[in-house]
Design a protein. Structure first.
Length: 490
């Protein structure tokens, strides 16, 4: 596929996509209103390289389409997906011929009733663009790359070194690779694609630690080889139940033999390291983590309530960890203090606002989406905050030494500011619904633990009940035979 340009004409490259990570085990559903939709000049102003003075704006005409991104949650409602997909496809058709597209995806979007949502979206985009335009995808390494998706793409790359820390650089890399390809009059490179039957949570494949640090560092060096365009590794998305959910490697290049060789090497290394990946912090069940935190002199001591992490798609309404905190005698009696954020329950928050600060309340907290039971909490309202940008109305209720932060909308707690007037540094324990904590909370904590709690994003995959993933699959099948990791050229 060649893409020659008449003299004096700049290539026209669109920018658009749809990105959300969906936990299909979650009872929550993602609606259209959950998406932040960016269009027009706002989309062009997001990155330096697309602005009028950007270094790629001379040789390229950037064409803003539409980009939609949502906070992680449960599967997307079909109507919301069709509406956003339709807007993107219609915009491509209306804008006139495009030479390429910077296609922003996550890789873990789930849509109710639809399998392999990113492939479905990309195939629709491909049909609207036509066969000659090149699609360069920027993806999250905690997504999935099915054969169907890879076949619909021309270039694809993933964040380095970690999801959430490299999104802007990944977009730029995807754009620059595309511009270089079009400027050279080159068409689609060879894609050496292979899936690895391993499915591990991001908390066990963190590039902060070996062996993930070295593994995720290899694609940059592979990219430097003559004949290679890009290399990327995906860990897959463990909190969905689809056949595509597993690790993957894609190496793109003009030298097909070298691309296959490097893809096989990366995939083999991933497989051989499967037993060596470790949690980013000491891990245990809720009671083990609470006991360790109470006994430790480190203050504040941070505990991640991992199974209901809204940043991974959890419903955010499980009161399980709150119950385990108040089951500890020292915390219940107030000899040790804990701040626990944030359980999603709009009705309980409304009751707190009606009662006012200083009032006693009896609340049925959490379990709003099911299937978990609410927790009966009697305590004092100690803080109220209206109209948080993410969490909506926020209330804090204290019982014994435990202060529970309740939110009316799902909200990850990532920074000191997220807690409002409640200073986490003033508590012995700080508990957040999270996996690996965000850098600001990590810096604040004197020590931390990962609590392996139940929920839609349970770190213990065996408790989730996967039924549709392809088996055998590690760690669900720990004694599975070695797989065939021969890459396929697409």
């Amino acid at each position: 596929m060649s893409t020659p340009f008449p003299t004096g004409r700049r290539p026209r490259i669109g920018i658009g996509g749809m990105s959300v990570r969906s936990a299909t085990f979650s009872p929550h559903r993602t609606t259209y209103d959950d998406f932040r939709v960016t269009r027009g000049a706002e989309l062009l102003a997001r990155d330096a390289w697309t602005r009028p003075d950007g270094d790629l704006s001379g040789p390229v005409e950037w064409v803003p389409l539409v980009h939609a991104v949502a906070v992680p949650g449960g599967p997307v409602e079909p109507e919301a997906y069709r509406r956003l997909k339709g807007e993107l496809v219609d915009r491509i058709r209306q804008i006139g011929p495009l030479d390429g597209l910077v296609h922003e995806l996550h890789g873990a979007m789930g849509v109710v009733g639809l399998e392999d949502a990113e492939a479905d979206l990309t195939e629709a985009v491909r049909e609207a663009l036509g066969p000659r335009a090149l699609i360069s995808a920027a993806m999250d390494p905690h997504g999935n790359v099915s054969r169907r998706l890879a076949t619909a793409l021309d270039l694809v790359t993933a964040h380095r070194p970690a999801a959430g820390q490299d999104a802007a650089r990944t977009r730029e890399r995807a754009a620059r690779k595309l511009v270089e390809r079009l400027a050279a009059g080159k068409g689609r490179p060879h894609l050496a694609w292979v899936q690895v039957p391993v499915l591990l949570p991001g908390e066990r494949t963190s590039p902060r630690l070996e062996p993930a640090r070295s593994l995720y560092g290899r694609p940059a060096s592979i990219e430097e080889l003559d004949g290679i365009v890009d290399a990327a590794v995906w860990a897959g998305w463990p909190w969905a139940d689809e056949p595509r959910c597993k690790a993957a490697v894609v190496v793109t290049g003009d030298d097909p033999a070298l691309a296959v060789e490097q893809a096989r090497s990366l995939a083999t290394e991933y497989w051989n390291l499967r037993h060596d990946f470790v949690f980013a912090a000491p891990a245990g069940d809720a009671d083990e983590c609470v006991e360790a935190a109470v006994a430790s002199p480190a203050r504040p001591f941070l505990i991640s309530d991992t199974g209901d992490n809204p940043a991974a798609g959890g419903a955010g309404d499980l009161p399980y960890m709150l119950g385990r905190l108040l089951a500890h005698e020292d915390l219940a009696a107030g000899r040790v203090t804990a701040l626990h954020a944030g359980i999603t329950d709009p009705a309980a928050v409304a009751e707190c606002f009606a009662a006012g600060v200083g009032a006693g309340v009896r609340l049925s907290v959490g379990g709003t989406h099911g299937p978990y039971e609410p927790y009966e909490l009697a305590g004092e309202v100690v803080a109220l905050r209206e109209a948080d940008e993410v969490g909506g109305d926020v209330a804090a209720v204290r019982r014994g030494g435990v202060t529970a932060v309740l939110v009316s909308r799902r909200k990850p707690f990532r920074s000191r500011a997220d807690f409002g007037e409640l200073d986490p540094r003033g508590y012995d324990l700080v508990v957040v619904k999270a996996g690996c904590p965000a850098p600001e909370l990590s810096d604040l904590a004197a020590d931390w633990r990962l609590a392996l709690t139940p929920g839609a994003v349970d770190q213990n995959l065996r408790r989730l009940g996967h039924r549709r993933v392809e088996r055998p699959l590690f760690p669900l099948d720990p004694h599975m035979p070695a797989p065939d990791l021969t890459p396929e050229l697409l």
